[in-house]
Design a protein around this ligand. Structure first.
Ligand SMILES: [Zn+2]
Ligand SMILES: [Zn+2]
Length: 363
């Protein structure tokens, strides 16, 4: 199959022929139809999460059609439409049994055999998936069955950005109706935190970004107030908008530099809950005065929107059908696999909510 492979930090991806193993027990081979281009792929490409990840097929936000299944797979069959989930779970460990499968301590992907090979070497796959490719070979549990009438591009976005953002608001923070929220960062994940807050019934949703075009986008997803952090201290602007009280819930959805992590704590009111969603580069220390939390404030991090993929993906698609979850509006650009490097350029320039690679014709 063709795939976009990252060999080193900051080098362009190469489109290559890659060998894929046949499905083993409890594995499924998925013909990929669409993949979102997520910020996390860019983090990997910049080397921010370490060099050990190279070489790898990037991409972890995919949807497609089951091509074939290995022994013991009874839940899926060829022809089924699926969204891929980038965290797998064993079902048995403490976190799985408590209902937090994305925190599984025995993820089967890590233990699986080499599945991909190109240019004479074994390849990794971003988040165990590698969706910038014609196919993905994944554990059965990573493929979530969906209705066949959902368009693939929209479905793919649920696999990471939508789940991560909406899930941070409704699963992790559990935003309450009538709440006041602030969301730092209006990229693919931040816009979804905003619409998650809106779905949860928040009254006031303050979008914070440095770029006016992204702030404009945030209005479509439910932002009620806009704060441009390049024009004055965003914490003060949020306090001004909330009669000096601060917000009930704040979210950091950037994950690049320390400041917004700190600001997302300082802008909350007493008993405020701050949820860190952005995946920061390795070694990003956030320095905070210990007293800043003393008014019974909470900081929690959200992993993959506290997803329970086999529950949450169908539930979110139900909200999409009802017109309550915006997916069409997230797709700003579409690219062929061969133009994947251009997709990273527009992401870098902050021009898009999401770019989607169309993979239907990629063999
Ligand atoms: Zn992602
Ligand atoms: Zn587990």
């Amino acid at each position: 199959m063709k795939a976009a492979v990252a060999y080193a930090a900051n080098a362009p991806l190469k489109i290559e022929d890659v060998d894929v193993a046949t499905p083993g027990p409890r594995e499924v081979l998925v013909k990929l139809m669409a993949s979102g281009v997520c910020h996390s792929d860019w983090h990997i490409l910049k080397g921010e999460w370490g060099d050990a990840l190279f070489p790898a097929i990037l991409g972890h936000e995919g949807a497609g059609v089951v091509q074939s299944v290995g022994d013991g797979v009874t839940r899926l069959k060829a022809g089924d439409h699926v969204i891929l989930a980038w965290r797998t779970s064993c079902g048995i460990c403490e976190m799985c049994q408590r209902g937090f499968p994305v925190l599984c301590t025995a993820s089967p992907v890590a233990a699986s055999r080499p599945r991909l090979a190109g240019s004479g070497s074994t390849l990794g796959a971003a988040a165990g998936l590698g969706t910038f490719a014609g196919y993905a070979l994944v554990p059965e549990i990573a493929a979530v069955l969906i209705d066949a009438d959902i368009p693939f591009a929209q479905a793919a976005l649920l696999g990471c950005g939508v789940m991560t953002g909406v899930g941070a608001a409704i699963n992790t923070a559990q935003v309450r109706p009538g709440a006041t929220c602030a969301v730092f960062g209006c990229g693919g994940v931040g816009l979804n935190v905003i619409q998650g807050c809106a779905i949860a019934g928040a009254d006031m949703i303050i979008a914070v970004d440095m770029l006016d075009n992204k702030l404009d986008m945030s209005r479509n997803f439910g932002a009620t107030h806009l704060v441009n952090a390049s024009r004055g201290d965003p914490v003060q602007q949020i306090l001004d908008l909330t009669h000096g009280l601060g917000v009930h819930y704040a979210f950091e959805a950037i994950g690049l530099v320390p400041e917004p992590f700190l600001q997302s704590v300082l802008c909350t009111r007493r008993r405020g809950v701050t949820t860190w969603v952005g995946h920061a580069p390795l070694n990003t220390p956030v320095t905070i005065d210990a007293r800043a939390l003393m008014q019974e404030k909470t900081i929690i991090a959200s992993m993959y929107g506290s997803a329970r993929p086999h529950i949450d993906f169908p539930r979110l698609l139900g909200l999409y059908r009802d017109g309550k979850l915006k997916l069409d509006e997230l797709i700003t650009r579409r690219f062929e696999l061969a133009d994947v490097n251009e997709a990273f350029e527009v992401l870098k320039r902050g021009e898009v909510a999401r770019s989607v690679l169309d993979l239907e014709t990629v063999g």
